[in-house]
Design a protein around this ligand. Structure first.
Ligand code: NAD
Length: 385
């Protein structure tokens, strides 16, 4: 969908419901879009930014409809937005806004929509939401010590901070490498962005024997052809805020931030913001596999351009579905171990199903996955009647 979309687009999938709320006392507005409920109640996070509006939330809700369907979850797609820049208010006010939003959403939560974390909302905000709403099931991504007892069973929160998304991205990379007949132990990987997704992708790929030769964050790129040690890099990043403070060696090099997209490696994992691969660098991409950890790291036109050059691009809504699979596990009351197992089963299966079709018809993985998801959504509509 174009960046410049000015109004909500209605089509044969949705959006089915749009709820706009306004709290006159706290003077903030919010919106929830339930894009499609064919496969179950709508699932998607709450974004809190100064610019979020119904159009942006509707696009994100649509992405969730496809992501949940492709992940094989019994969830429809939804998303919520609170139009406040948290940097402009006190933490106390942020808490009051989240609590008010939770109470206003009682009309649809948890019957039609279950909330979760997104930009500027973390496990802390999810705990505030659940407390104010009053139902443990109203939201996922709660802290691990956020406990409830139901039918003699103890249920705990499963925060995204456990690394489910990065784990799914690492698994997608593993399956993509096998598809290209590259042994993971011979694989050289670059990771652009070293936050929740990038850190955990690095950890698991290293565990499986791959070499992560370059990692970037907003301060620059650190490169070592012998591989970057996960523990050392995480310590440097946590202590100093920059990957560039990785302990220097004879083979390590500090490079500029965006050069990471142009390095030679087997796999590039964008795990930061949107549109990092664009008109200015697309011609210089050298990796033959790109696993989209971030959402929309490039516009579809550039994916198509790279597909023509035989680059295998694992689309965001397939590769980064680990977070929402973890949400489902939390909703079902699973523990951490069972959650990781579920992420593995679902990501590996969905990757294999998608790539089997890619092998047959040569179409781009995004096109194939969209078709699979759409078939599931439309089949769900028949069951809903
Ligand atoms: P995060 O805020 O934890 O980390 C982002 C990282 O990117 C930071 O290290 C930051 O320094 C770095 N960064 C910022 N600008 C950069 C730039 N221009 N170049 C290189 N690095 C840059 O974010 P996250 O939770 O890891 O999410 C990363 C991406 O993955 C986002 O697109 C997000 O929407 C997507 N995603 C995250 C999850 C999740 O569970 N966290 C789930 C699905 C999708």
């Amino acid at each position: 969908m174009p960046e410049s979309q000015l109004e909500v687009i209605y089509d044969d999938i949705g959006p089915e419901y749009i709820l706009e709320v306004y709290d006159p006392k706290l003077n903030f507005s919010g919106v929830v879009v339930l894009d499609n409920l064919n496969l179950g109640l709508a699932k998607g996070g709450i974004r809190m930014t100064g610019t979020v509006d119904p159009v942006e939330v509707s696009r994100l809700a649509r992405a969730m409809t496809y992501k949940n369907a492709m992940a094989g979850l019994p969830f429809g797609g939804g998303k919520a937005g609170i139009a406040v820049d948290p940097k402009t208010i006190s933490l106390r006010k942020k808490k009051a806004i989240i609590e008010s939003f939770a109470r206003m959403l009682k009309v649809i939560v948890p019957k039609y929509y279950i909330a979760g974390p997104d930009i500027n909302t973390t496990e802390r905000e999810m705990a505030w939401f659940a407390d104010a709403h009053g139902d443990w099931e109203s939201v996922t991504g709660k802290p691990a010590d956020y406990v409830s007892k139901k039918g003699g069973k103890t249920r705990r929160g499963l925060p995204h901070e456990l690394g489910s998304t990065g784990y799914g991205v690492a698994l997608s990379t593993k399956v993509a490498l096998a598809f290209k007949e590259i042994d993971i132990k011979d694989a050289e990987i670059t990771i652009a962005g070293y936050g929740n997704v990038g850190v955990f992708a690095h950890r698991f790929l290293e565990e499986w024997g791959a070499k992560v030769i370059a990692v970037s964050d907003s301060s620059g790129t650190i490169y070592d052809r012998n591989g970057l040690d996960h523990k050392k890099l995480l310590t440097a990043k946590t202590k100093t805020g920059s990957v560039l403070n990785y302990p220097a060696s004879t083979t390590s090099k500090k490079l500029s931030r965006d050069v990471i997209y142009e390095l030679s490696a087997n796999v590039l994992i964008p795990a930061a913001g949107p549109d990092v691969i664009n008109r200015s660098n697309v011609e210089r991409i050298k990796t033959k596999i790109i696993v989209e950890g971030a959402n929309i790291p490039m516009a579809e036109q550039f994916e198509k351009q790279l597909h023509k050059k035989d680059v295998l691009i694992i689309p965001d809504f397939v590769a980064n579905a680990g977070g929402v699979i973890s949400s489902y596990a939390e909703y079902k009351g699973y523990d951490e171990k069972k959650m990781f197992k579920l992420v593995e089963e679902k990501i590996v299966l969905n990757m294999q199903v998608m790539l089997a079709t890619v092998a047959k018809n040569g179409h781009a993985p995004r096109e194939v996955a969209m078709k699979i998801a759409r078939q599931r959504i439309l089949a769900g509509a028949k069951r809903k009647k």
